[in-house]
Design a protein around this ligand. Structure first.
Ligand SMILES: Nc1ncnc2c1ncn2[C@@H]1O[C@H](COP(=O)(O)OP(=O)(O)OP(=O)(O)O)[C@@H](O)[C@H]1O
Length: 310
């Protein structure tokens, strides 16, 4: 069953169309990467899904329920983080989180257990007695995530939750979201501009551009559609340049992607190409076939659309 669907969802601000006939389909338990350039309409779509905005046209549906008609109790199944979360600056992390739990009417022992568990998972425990005003942006985001999760929702809408997180923070958030989706069947709709991070966890993607959903794909479809290439890494820049020259003289298409890296767009006959390099004592330290980055894939789709608007 789809956890999130929209049918021709549209939001206009007088003549400007922020969201244009969007048909989302997000399966239960998916981590759905919702990506698009600044102003593409991601936040507006999430606000429409949360019934914070009224659509100009179309419907937003969560678990079969039209959100416009959802009773108050329905929203207990939904968690969200839209923009930087509000917290009471002079209360400590633990006090703020306890307050969120009380507002959700969660009994004391249960909420304390959940807060302890989520703080541990997000490595926030060392800050439990620190006033929120003294926290970094990344730790504030973690508080927002716990606020979104404290009532154990079935669906999570996260608008750029990874803003301000360091690499360790990104990893713990990714582990938590993956655990929720895989082990507990929670559906996650997540927007982010950190596509390298998204690439590591998404099970489906939707690419939004100027309010229009250009692509909606499973991970398997994405891997089939994305371009494959062979990446070669050399010990130094000189060897890399010599290898490039040799491959070019043999009319093998090659691109320099970094001072010590080359990329072959044709993935056939790799063994013969490596043999050629070895016969000239140009030994790559590493070679492997890889899929183009999600960032490159995304930009190609956006640029194709600019070149060939429908
Ligand atoms: N109240 C409003 N009145 C007029 N235009 C608005 C309003 N709210 C949003 N917009 C416009 O709608 C478009 C979509 O904005 P939205 O915030 O949904 O984009 P986004 O994809 O979330 O962008 P970002 O990645 O920068 O957060 C933008 O051009 C924005 O300026």
């Amino acid at each position: 069953m789809a956890a999130i669907t929209t049918t021709n969802l549209t939001k206009r601000y007088s003549k400007f169309i922020a969201v244009n006939q969007v048909n989302l389909n997000v399966e239960t338990g998916a981590i759905y990467g919702f990506i698009g350039l600044n102003g593409a309409g991601k936040t507006t779509t999430m606000r429409l899904l949360l019934n914070m905005l009224k659509p100009t046209d179309g419907k937003a549906i969560l678990f079969g329920q039209d959100v416009r008609r959802a009773p108050a109790a329905f929203w207990n199944q939904v968690g969200y983080l839209i923009e930087t979360p509000h917290a009471y600056p002079h209360l400590t992390v633990a006090e703020n989180l306890d307050l969120y739990g009380q507002l959700r009417l969660i009994p004391k022992t249960i909420r304390q257990h959940r807060i302890t568990d989520l703080m541990d998972r997000l490595e926030l425990t060392p800050y439990r007695n620190v006033p929120v005003t003294n926290l970094s942006l990344g730790n504030n985001q973690k508080i927002g995530l716990i606020k979104a999760l404290i009532h154990r929702p079935r669906v999570l809408l996260l608008d750029e939750p990874t803003n301000g997180l360091d690499p360790q923070g990104l990893a713990v958030v990714r582990q938590l979201l993956t655990h929720l989706a895989q082990d507990e069947g929670v559906t996650v709709l997540i927007s982010s501009h950190i596509l390298g991070e998204m690439e590591k966890m998404f099970t489906a993607i939707g690419i939004l551009d100027h309010g229009t959903l250009l692509r909606q794909q499973t991970r398997a479809d994405y891997l089939t559609a994305a371009t494959q290439h062979v990446a070669l890494t050399f010990a130094d820049a000189t060897t890399t340049a010599q290898a490039r020259q040799l491959l070019t003289t043999k009319q093998i298409a090659v691109t320099t992607t970094a001072t010590t890296q080359l990329q072959l767009s044709d993935t056939r006959d790799t063994a013969a190409k490596l043999q050629l390099l070895l016969s000239h004592h140009l030994l790559p330290l590493d070679w492997h076939q890889e899929v183009e980055s999600m960032a490159q894939y995304f930009l190609n789709i956006i640029h194709q659309e600019v070149a060939n608007p429908c």
